[in-house]
Write a protein that binds this ligand. Structure first.
Ligand code: FNR
Length: 376
């Protein structure tokens, strides 16, 4: 009742209560270019839609009479205690959504005790983000650079700035084919919005005769897509960091096997929110086979399409240790800055707690396949 009461009184402040509502408001506020860049997917957007459909193909069959008075949504990952199995996914160039950009997101994440994964192509530097987060948990997402000394340099900086894991994104060897962006003639990277980590990087800057925004954009575009990326690059990364290394963007169980063979510390099952390979399998459909290969030996996280507390329950019951959300927090950011991100997180954390209790679980470890059925 207390929860209901506080939420009802909060709702009178007219903040949206669902991701759909946040998205609608963001649609009204943002110009077409940025909105479509955020909301859109690649190709015919089949994977984008499939990511959501996959969640509705599973139903929770809740258990009753299990005394769920004392519950916890806390988990431990890489030896660190986290308040919930929920992360903010790496999202670059957040200044397209709101002028406070990553700093607003970082503050909201820190206040909610939700780890934030900062992107290589952030619109504020990784050091500024770290400063905004104090001692709160943060990871750094790496786009492998064609010049691998630049990657090594960024990883060193992340380590020095208190990031506790490196997430190597592996599904962007080329940019996905984004029709909406063609239609709008929109490219935030070309606009120079993702430069902060590059123009503050000594190795990157040493490669330029003169550091101007134009030169930097050209150099980033040369660096960021790396078709030669392969498993041997993990070895180079390992030589340059003591932090756990996760690979983000795996969908095939054989790739999960290779990840284990190459000593990767964690896997993020992701199709980049349907923004890269259109026609790719949804992440929820890809998860069980990967979880089976990994068999609990390293953490498996999932993103792409997570929108509600029940979605989090389903992903965990199918073998994920945690989930990440992308677009949902960006809509909050676009509409209300830091307060918007806080509100989106607050809603999701509460929804997850309620979903856990109503499904008859006292802890994240309690959630398993026995409470799910796959619908025909
Ligand atoms: C992303 N994503 C992403 N991933 C990454 O590794 N580095 C990045 O810089 C970005 N940038 C980015 C920008 C925008 C606007 C979006 C929407 C997404 C992908 C992101 O980390 C995540 O995989 C998806 O957003 C998850 O799907 P949902 O939650 O958006 O459905």
């Amino acid at each position: 009742e207390t929860l209901l009461f506080t939420r009802v009184s909060k709702s009178t402040q007219a903040l949206p209560v669902s991701i759909e509502d946040w998205e609608k408001q963001a649609r009204e506020i943002l110009p077409d270019g940025p909105f479509d860049y955020i909301a859109g997917g690649s190709g015919a957007e089949e994977t984008l839609a499939e990511n959501r459909r996959a969640f509705s193909r599973w139903a929770i069959v809740p258990r009753m009479m299990r005394d769920v008075t004392n519950r916890t949504s806390a988990i431990t990952m890489f030896g660190r205690k986290l308040s919930a199995p929920i992360f903010l996914a790496p999202v670059g160039m957040q200044s397209i959504a709101h002028r406070d950009a990553e700093l607003a997101t970082a503050r909201a994440a820190a206040a909610a005790g939700v780890p934030f994964v900062a992107s290589t192509v952030s619109s504020t530097s990784l050091e500024q983000i770290a400063e905004a987060m104090g001692a709160a948990e943060r990871w750094f997402q790496l786009y492998w650079s064609n010049d691998r000394e630049v990657s090594a340099s960024m990883v060193k900086r992340a380590e020095a700035a208190g990031y506790s894991a490196i997430v190597l994104t592996v599904d962007t060897v080329m940019l996905g084919w984004k029709r909406r962006d063609f239609r709008n003639g929109y490219s935030p990277l070309r606009e120079g919005r993702g430069l902060a980590n590059y123009i503050t990087d000594p190795v990157f800057c040493s490669r330029l005769a003169e550091v101007t925004p134009e030169n930097a954009v050209e150099e980033v575009l040369k660096n960021i897509y790396h078709p030669a990326l392969n498993w041997s690059d993990i070895g180079f990364l390992r030589e340059h960091t003591r932090l756990p290394i996760l690979v983000k963007g795996l969908l095939h169980p054989d790739d999960a096997r290779l990840a284990l063979e190459h000593g990767v510390d964690g896997i993020i099952v992701s199709n980049h929110g349907g923004r890269q390979m259109d026609g790719a399998i949804s992440t929820l459909d890809a998860l069980p086979a990967i979880a089976e290969v990994v068999a609990g030996s390293i953490p498996v996280l999932l993103d792409s399409g997570v929108r509600t507390g029940a979605d989090v329950v389903k992903a965990i019951a199918l073998g994920a240790n945690a989930v990440l959300i992308g677009r949902p927090f960006l809509y909050g950011l676009a509409v209300a800055g830091e307060q918007g991100v806080s509100s989106v997180l607050d809603t999701l954390l509460h929804e997850f707690d309620v979903a856990m209790a109503l499904s008859g679980s006292r802890s994240v470890e309690d959630l398993n396949r026995s409470i799910l059925v796959r619908l025909p």
